[in-house]
Design a protein around this ligand. Sequence first.
Ligand SMILES: C[S@@+](CC[C@H](N)C(=O)[O-])C[C@H]1O[C@@H](n2cnc3c(N)ncnc32)[C@H](O)[C@@H]1O
Length: 372
Amino acid sequence: MEWIATCPHETIGTLADELGKLGITETKTLYRGIMFECDLETAYRAHLVLHTASRLQLVVSIFDVKDLNSFKTGLNNIIWPQFLRSHYPYSVFPANYDEELKSLDNETIMKSVVESIQQSPFEKNPPAYKPDAKDPIGLVLFFRDGKCVLGIDTAGRALHKRGWRTNGHPAVLKETLASSILMLSGYTGQEVLLDPMCGSGTIVIEAAYMALNKAPLIHRGKDDFALEHIVGFDRPLWRKISDQLRAKKKAALDFPIYASDIQQKFVDVARESALKARVEKYINFASAPFQEVVPPSETGLVIMNLPYGERIGEGTLNTLYKEVGIALKEKFSNWRVSLLVPTTAPIHLLDFKPSQTFLLKNGALDVKLLVR
Ligand SMILES: C[S@@+](CC[C@H](N)C(=O)[O-])C[C@H]1O[C@@H](n2cnc3c(N)ncnc32)[C@H](O)[C@@H]1O
């Protein structure tokens, strides 16, 4: 079976590393995704353990498309009843990046797919096209270089939606990005970790999962993955994999995790999310300005996603960046440091020399990860 794991293109390296740890080494890099072959067991495990994948797709078909006719021929070669269940609604998500196929608009793509499914030999009725249904199966059609890659989105809800987030912070990182920056920073759970600008706690919660070897999607409810609604879903195998992963979780951290923020209300949000994520007892929360934080050990990794400035104004931002630079020099010179900052921030005021810099995107914002 062929699968595609998607992610922002900037973090494709961390996703490839994660797939490697699952034993998936023969991969093909796509734009914003990685295609690979694996058995069902590995695919099920991937749905539960990948920290940095946005979505997963089961590849239904890859075929040449040069015009509407060849597109319809490709669709008609698909045996839809091998994938879709009669009673479960579906939706269609075209992504046409093929300059030569611009005449193939979304409406035409959708209508062609619906027609092909309706003409397929389902035992009962063919499934209904219902984009407004609750969690329809997503059929994703990606067009590029004269090819259509047609996949079923088996994640359903995007994989960064772990199910533990509490609202109440205006500038949260996606869980997948927080994990990528931890991995790019070399965090493995084998050192003390401190996020002194923890906001809603995304980084430390993801870190606790990594350090405890706890699968990030393990607490999703039954029927939450679209995977569970397609033909051939093997419930006993899914349960076996989930149980195996639960059993692999460590009982305690090897090294402590600390989180603080200048605003008590954000620390409260972070703690509540950690509670829902069932890792609250592993994280030491406090409220304090970073300038006053006493390093909790001789050495470790201090990681922070600095404020961006829209809300606090340029003058305050300049002062903050200077003070962060000073505190890092005076108190954290023995620590490894990882800073996520927008490219437009006054980075020079940190007076910080990274040994590695990664260019990433936080939503639409260009950001840099500076690691020392
Ligand atoms: C961009 S947000 C971090 C968001 C976080 N990574 C998340 O996913 O929710 C920056 C955080 O830094 C905090 N902050 C600003 N100045 C601070 C300071 N001097 N000391 C500690 N925290 C500070 C803000 O309250 C805010 O929560």
